[in-house]
Design a binder for this molecule. Structure first.
Ligand SMILES: [Zn+2]
Length: 75
């Protein structure tokens, strides 16, 4: 007997228990941190983040943050 559950992933920040709503990916070649909608599958160099953490994210020095806005109320 298996329960069918919607995909739910947690924010990857330590001590944060919110549901992830965005996936952050480090693109090393371009030194970009890309924040987009939650990815369907987990990929290497990507982290799931809740909305507040995605919004508050800052890039490491020398990197830039690229935000995709699939929804009008992304911010
Ligand atoms: Zn969080």
């Amino acid at each position: 007997m298996r329960e069918r559950r919607p995909i739910e992933r947690r924010c990857s920040k330590i001590s944060c228990e919110q549901t992830a709503q965005h996936t952050l990916t480090y693109v090393y070649a371009d030194q970009e941190v890309v924040i987009g909608p939650l990815a369907v599958q987990a990929e290497p160099h990507s982290y799931d983040l809740c909305a507040p953490h995605a919004t508050a994210l800052t890039a490491p020095q020398g990197w830039q943050v690229v935000r995709y806005r699939p929804e009008p109320d992304f911010y």
